[in-house]
Ligand binder design. Sequence first.
Ligand code: CS2
Length: 487
Amino acid sequence: MTGTISNRPRLSRPEDALNPAIGIVHLGLGAFFRAFAALYVEEAMEKSGGDWGILGVSLRNPDLRDSLVPQGCAYTACELGPDGETLRIGTAVRSILVAPESPDAVLDAMADPAVRIVSLTVTEKGYCHAPSTGKLDFTHPDIVADLADPERPKSAPGFLCRALDRRRKAGLPPFTVLCCDNLPENGAMLRGIVLELAGRMEEDLAAWIEAECSFPCAMVDRIVPATTEADIERLTERTGVFDAAPVMHEPFRQWVIEDRFTGGARPDFGAVGVEMVDDVRPYEHMKLRCLNGTHSALAYLGYLSGAENVSEAVARPALASFVRHLWSKEIIPVLTPPPGVDLHAYADALMDRYSNPRIRHRTWQIAMDGSLKLPQRLLGSIAENLAAGQVPEGLFLVVAAWMRYTSATDENGETIDVRDPMADRLRAIWEKGGSLAEIVQAYLAIEEIFPVSLASEPAMHEGLERALGTLIDIGAEKAAAHLTEHA
Ligand code: CS2
């Protein structure tokens, strides 16, 4: 940070900000939550009242607490519209705890009778599960630790189990668990994970959670690129005030939630445009496959062909046509649209969102943790194409690009900084080497990622071998162009 910036007055909590009591504990206080759910909660309180102040919990490090607490937990939310930036100050977060420093205080907060919702954005890897099945991974180091020392949890499922146990023993109703991560049937999946862990802790706890606790599924959507130093400097120049932790976001947002909150206790979400529905699945499939699926496509193929961010990637005709091909030929034909939604119009709107040049969403950022993202984003579409007798060459190319990316060496021989819990295991496949068929076989043998039913399909092996061969022979951008030209 430059000297001039740190000498500017610090952002402070506006005097007219609402001062609600804490009603929500949120695990995983990242940029996405502050640019999305926290703003909706604030608007709902402005419209309809309610004590839904948020206590945010950082599960790993103190950085965000250290940035936000000196500014009264207020932060700038900067909307990056195609014609300019619009600023607002988010104030729904009231206080912040850092879990490794004070796990007991986090559990106390979660067990407070005034808290009726615990929400989560801990990213795909925060659930300690096997992505192909959605089941808890009992060998995960955080889960091993949580079973050994349940009073000092490390994982999000560990905190949920322990806090729910405190409430049960105190004769309190449970809180609603509101998962806001990009996972398939996220509420149901998290419920399964919590029940598995609770069952290992105490059968009665699992039975109580099963009977009493609600885990609505939700679809969340807003593009929130990581904030950069340049963003902070630009905002400081513009406002004359230094905010150490602003968030950047696109104008678009969509939140669809199953309306199953314990005791009906929730902010008035319906008043601020959140869609409250009975079944989130069609919305979730649409979003995870159309948006996140093509985001991952642009991340891997874009990164390998030298595009630093998504808008740069879709400015390349080959990649833009490739993504359009994925939507129209391989993703949309196997989707059931949500009521009243035209999926082709949805895809057109996505292309506009991706093209917004103010959003500098790095392909490298989206490429992270692919081992946990692939199943819900791409593999479901592949399986359904194969079941319908179609060969999804484009989706094969995306999976092959992920394989190539996780070799950790790009097309020019430069090292890729692969961030993924499985990074070492994936790179080892390439270090061992072998024929294309052997490399594909080694990837498909990873059961945590590839369901056995899909990994045993000959068409899957053949398709991935073909795609990987083309990728290696002619490079990512040409492979994408080749595919649409010959489709
Ligand atoms: C992205 C998502 O980083 C990623 O994996 O695909 O964060 C995406 O921007 C959001 O899901 C949009 O709602």
